[in-house]
Design a protein around this ligand. Structure first.
Ligand SMILES: Cc1cc2nc3c(=O)[nH]c(=O)nc-3n(C[C@H](O)[C@H](O)[C@H](O)COP(=O)(O)O)c2cc1C
Length: 127
């Protein structure tokens, strides 16, 4: 699943999926209605740098990922693509907090590695 970070959290669609998916596997008692095993890969994307992801977002995301683990009984892995290039031309928008040249350099140097990591994660989870 590709999950952009909006206002410091995953978007409402992930929450909606989690509520419906987890609820239908869980009785109000011990055990589970689901006897299968499904692995899941989470790919987060965000403007923020990796340090913010690790220090601030991870605790909340751990809770979300643990719920999927509990419901699906599989492995849950995640990867974060940080400091993303949000638009191609920053001069067209009011985005003065960001340096377009830094963003473009990061895109050129880091994004191909991010794609490779995500591809490998998906392949391992599906194997
Ligand atoms: C409504 C909205 C809110 C956002 N809030 C954040 C945020 O809180 N932190 C962050 O790092 N990036 C934030 N972003 C940037 C996105 O996480 C970033 O562009 C991401 O790489 C891809 O999202 P997109 O496919 O919607 O462009 C926000 C983007 C949008 C559209």
């Amino acid at each position: 699943m590709g999950i952009p970070i909006y206002y410091g959290e995953p978007p409402a669609q992930l929450r909606a999926l989690m509520e419906r998916l987890v609820f239908c596997t869980m009785p109000y008692g011990p055990g589970s209605y689901f006897s299968g095993k499904v692995n899941a890969g989470f790919v987060y994307t965000m403007n923020a740098p990796r340090k913010y992801y690790e220090d601030t977002l991870r605790p909340y995301l751990n809770n979300v990922e643990n719920l999927f683990k509990l419901a699906l009984h599989g492995e849950v892995r995640s990867y974060a693509s940080c400091d993303t290039l949000q638009v191609n031309d920053y001069s067209l928008y009011d985005m003065s907090w960001f340096s377009e040249s830094d963003k473009k350099q990061h895109r050129k140097e880091q994004f191909p590695a991010d794609l490779k990591e995500c591809f490998n994660m998906g392949a391992e989870l599906a194997a």
